[in-house]
Design a protein around this ligand. Structure first.
Ligand code: PLZ
Length: 461
């Protein structure tokens, strides 16, 4: 196969990108105007007049093509993508296999509503997820559209199965923007402020956050959380615990080893459904198909979205057959849930993760980033922590003297990187974390260049 992406000098990566990347875009950062350029500025003016301010735009450049590890904007600038549209395009944007599968499906039929008349694609995606998710037990999968919708359904299912109502989420959690998922999400601004009242029977427990909790062990952090849950709610009232194995929006927080297994063991012993929200961590991103695998946990229910379908909207709840089957016929659904085009995209996407060894590529990306990030930290005490797994990595920026979060610094670094054509995302409860979520099809040369931009942005900020 001739590669549309061969301008990247990376060797092993170019091969990967050739089979999985997007349209024929030069894999090189290239700025031909200031950023944003005049066309993006004009379109942004139209955006402001047509779209509400609540729908924010981090970087007002408007895209006309994307693939491999770059985005090209409507002014002809090529930017490096360290965000993957928030961890979505793991297989690359417009990955050829996804484009082909989607095109075939569009030509066959676009919609029937699976709960009216079915089709094979939905069932194939369910079978794939039942096989790929951790846990060697009988499973079922239901499909939805967005991450938040799948989280809501996981909670519905857990409540129906247990006959209990309370749900525990954790400090720094992010689970979505719908009413129930806003309640589950920890951070007020910008996600919740002014949007209440929130759904009842949602409680919060303390997280394991090694950089900020003095290095409490995973076992001790779990004991602290369980004690609070026990005293404030009681297992007899608790339907589910929901947790991100690595917290995403909250700051790429990797809990101390043993935290997740201890929570899961307690949940199992107390008839509490353990739900892993792998919306951001799922699908090869962390160097395993699912981040739960790093901690050896087997969630009762696992929620996936984002990386599942190469950019098409699809999400899933996968889990123990007895739990998943407890809801009555007709109790789960939705007009577009498991849309056939999204299912076709998902099948091509999942095949690419496996056949193109994107799990291995995520681990290579980790090694490339970590070496450079640790090097930067060794000379820059404002980088308090380097953490994450696979191609889900972050630096936490702090006041070197006090470790106080430095959100203003993170904002300046991101802005400087944006101006140089690097799409860089921030996150964190305190807004002081810079996260790296490149497509797994990005080439080594783009990573090196992007990290040079980061180095310069840190130096200038
Ligand atoms: N669970 C762990 O990361 C989405 C939010 C972007 P949806 N995270 C990105 C934004 O600002 O809205 C997310 C997540 C975890 C659930 C969700 C929600 O997924 O597909 O955005 O609904």
């Amino acid at each position: 196969m001739t590669s549309p992406l061969t301008t990247d000098t990376a060797t092993t990566t170019a091969t990967t990108a050739a089979t999985t990347g997007g349209p024929a875009l030069r894999q090189q950062r290239d700025l031909v105007t200031e950023l944003p350029g005049p066309r993006s500025r004009a379109l942004h003016a139209r955006k402001l007049a047509a779209v509400p301010d609540g729908v924010g735009v981090m970087l007002p450049i408007y895209v006309e093509a994307a693939g491999g590890g770059v985005l090209r904007d409507i002014d002809g600038n090529t930017l490096i993508d360290f965000g993957s549209g928030i961890a979505v395009t793991g297989v690359g944007n417009s990955a050829p296999a996804v484009v082909e599968a989607v095109t075939r499906q569009v030509n066959a039929f676009t919609h029937t509503c699976f709960t009216i008349t079915g089709y094979e694609g939905y069932i194939e995606v369910a079978e794939a997820l039942n096989n790929l998710t951790p846990g060697d037990f009988d499973k079922r999968t239901a499909l939805f559209n967005s991450g938040a919708e799948a989280v809501e359904n996981a909670i519905k299912i857990a409540r129906h199965f247990t006959g209990k109502q309370a749900v525990v989420a954790f400090d720094h959690a992010y689970h979505g923007r719908t009413n129930l998922t806003m309640a589950l999400t920890a951070k007020s601004m910008p996600y919740k402020s002014g949007f209440g009242p929130f759904a009842p029977e949602v409680y919060r427990a303390p997280m394991s956050y090694p950089f900020r909790d003095g290095g409490v062990s995973g076992a001790d952090a779990a004991a602290r959380a369980i004690d609070q849950i026990d005293k404030q709610i009681g297992a007899a009232n608790l339907a589910a615990l929901i947790i991100e194995p690595i917290q995403g929006e909250g700051g790429f927080i990797v809990p101390a080893a043993g935290f997740l297994p201890a929570l899961q063991a307690w949940a199992r012993a107390n008839d509490v459904v353990f739900i892993a929200d792998e919306v951001q961590t799922g699908f090869a991103r962390t160097g395993a198909m699912f981040a739960s695998e790093h901690e050896g946990i087997e969630p009762d229910l696992i929620v996936t979205a984002k990386g599942i379908a190469g950019g098409l909207p699809l999400s899933a709840v996968t889990g123990r057959a007895d739990i998943m089957n407890s809801a009555h016929g007709g109790g789960l659904g939705g007009t577009y849930t498991g849309n056939p085009i999204a299912c076709a995209a998902a099948l091509a996407t999942i095949r690419s993760y496996l056949d193109d060894d994107l799990l291995g590529r995520a681990r290579e990306i980790e090694a490339l980033f970590r070496a450079r990030l640790e090097e930067l930290r060794s000379t820059d005490p404002r980088i308090g922590d380097v953490r994450g797994r696979g191609a889900m990595l972050a630096i936490e920026l702090v006041d070197p003297a006090t470790k106080a979060p430095d959100a203003a610094l993170a904002a300046r670094v991101a802005a400087a990187a944006h101006a140089q054509g690097l799409v860089l995302l921030t996150c964190g409860t305190y807004g002081n974390v810079i996260r790296f979520l490149p497509p797994l099809t990005i080439g080594d040369a783009l990573i090196a260049d992007g990290l040079d931009v980061l180095r310069d942005a840190l130096a200038a900020a």
